[in-house]
Ligand binder design. Structure first.
Ligand code: FUL
Length: 454
């Protein structure tokens, strides 16, 4: 296919309704809580005594309130991590809460308590179910997939609506060095059957893909329209790129480079919509360690900016303590983060403007936004109307006026791009889209000043 035609198709790849729901959730919390919490470790071996698990002071309403204070709109709970211990009373294993007799006499169910607390608190609920299971004897054989599907079905049918099912990509050896072939096709079908609205996360999708690091960093241009070679079972929405027969994208590292940019997608056999999630823990570890401190407010806010503000969603992990409560240091930091986000993007900091659009070509245009008065401007928030038109903008610049040197250069917009200016004193700005794959179709633009009264 000719490049021009291919780019036109690329420009019209669109997210599903399920993916749009996920974008609306935008910022949510991971909760890593299970055996490693009691071992002061990052991973369990699968042979732990179930009685070790005793969250005697569990308070999921506190989790919900704490993450809501940060602005999170959902929780994804580690229903089962690599140690195989299940936080719900699974029929299919003994390595689960039903044998944690010190906690509620073996009648406890963390998944239920968390799901119900989310519902009460008005946020969404999702589950992480590790395919790698160090406790299950069938791991490494085809029967393991039956076992995994049985557990998945318990979660899909027993806990109300799930907004997300999170598959960890980790796949290590089981007993006798056996390696498991995960039957993702079957897992995905099962999820679609029982929870058609749940977004499925895996390293390569189908609905949501990993950004490729756990440090909270999106790419310079974090495209949601990416080569099918780098995604898994996502719907291919275009024909092959102009160089599809010349190269092989499999040589490329899925996590490196700017996987959605033209010089990569030209080699693709077809493109999919698979947006990125940025996952990071509030502390250095995924699990709780009393000696660790939460990251600084600056670090977390910056990660919010480079995820939610960079065409991705943010999954921020908060690890409960062995008693089942959040550490007050984390609760405080979450509240500080939420307060900062609220205050930086407060309604009364929004700058009114008039806007004029001028098309420079079929794929380039200029917007002039005029303010009623001079103000210090901190953020320009851009959006594309992705549900209707897909992701199109490849580069843009923001300057004071036409012909001025730009003070901001961006390489994609997508769902939301937060451009941080350095509090420049301005009475207008000019946004020039210098390259796009089709006619530019922006959504709402928001401009924020840095202080309400100057
Ligand atoms: C990784 C796991 O190995 C970590 O323990 C954690 O769950 C993280 C979110 O994903 O693959």
């Amino acid at each position: 296919m000719e490049l021009k035609e291919f780019l036109k198709e690329a420009a019209n790849v669109r997210p599903s309704e399920r993916q749009m729901n996920w974008y609306d959730t935008e910022f949510y919390a991971f909760v890593h809580f299970t055996m490693p919490t009691y071992l002061d470790a990052e991973i369990g071996e699968g042979n732990e005594d179930e009685n070790l698990f005793n969250p005697y002071d569990l308070n999921c309403d506190e989790w919900v309130e704490a993450v809501k204070a940060a602005g999170c709109k959902g929780i994804v709970l580690t229903a089962k991590h690599h140690d195989g211990f299940c936080l719900w009373p699974s029929k299919y294993t003994e390595h689960c809460v039903k044998n944690s007799k010190l906690w509620k006499d073996g009648k406890g169910d963390v998944v239920k308590e968390c799901a119900e607390a989310c519902k009460r608190g008005g946020i969404k609920f999702g589950v992480y179910l590790s395919p790698w299971d160090r406790a299950e004897k069938s791991y490494g054989t085809p029967e393991y997939n039956d076992f995994y599907c049985n557990q998945l079905e318990e979660l899909l049918t027993g806990y109300g609506e799930l907004f997300m099912v999170w598959f960890d990509g980790a796949c290590f050896e089981g007993p006798d060095g056996r390696k498991q072939e995960y039957d993702f096709k079957r897992y995905i079908e099962l999820i679609r059957k029982y929870q058609p609205n749940a977004a499925i996360f895996n390293d390569h999708g189908p609905d949501v893909r990993w950004c490729g690091n756990e440090g909270g960093k999106a790419r310079r241009a974090e495209w949601a329209v990416v080569p099918c070679e780098l995604t898994h079972r996502a719907v291919v929405q275009t024909g092959a790129g102009p160089l599809a027969d010349e190269g092989d994208l499999s040589y490329m590292q899925a996590y490196d480079g700017n996987i959605g940019e033209i010089h990569n997608i030209m080699y693709s056999k077809g493109l999919t919509w698979t947006g990125a999630e940025i996952d990071m823990s509030i502390r250095p570890g995924w699990f709780y360690h009393s000696h660790q401190e939460p990251h600084s407010l600056e670090r977390l806010f910056n990660t919010y900016m480079t995820s939610c503000g960079h065409n991705a969603c943010f999954n921020l992990n908060v690890p409960p303590m062995p008693n089942g409560r959040f550490d007050t240091r984390d609760i405080t930091r979450l509240k500080e983060l939420g307060d900062l986000i609220k205050s930086e993007f407060a309604e009364d900091k929004k700058m009114p403007y008039t806007i004029e659009r001028e098309d420079l070509s079929s794929t380039q245009c200029r917007f002039t936004l005029k303010f009623p008065e001079w103000k210090h401007i901190r953020y320009v928030v851009l959006r594309e109307d992705i549900a209707k038109y897909g992701q199109r903008v490849e580069s843009f610049q923001i300057a004071y006026k036409i012909g001025d040197e730009q003070f901001y250069t961006g390489f994609s917009i997508g769902h939301k791009q937060i451009c941080k200016l350095r509090d420049f004193y301005l009475n207008q700005i000019v946004i020039t889209v210098t390259a796009a794959r089709d006619r530019v179709e922006l959504g709402d633009i928001d401009i924020y000043t840095c202080v309400v009264d100057e």
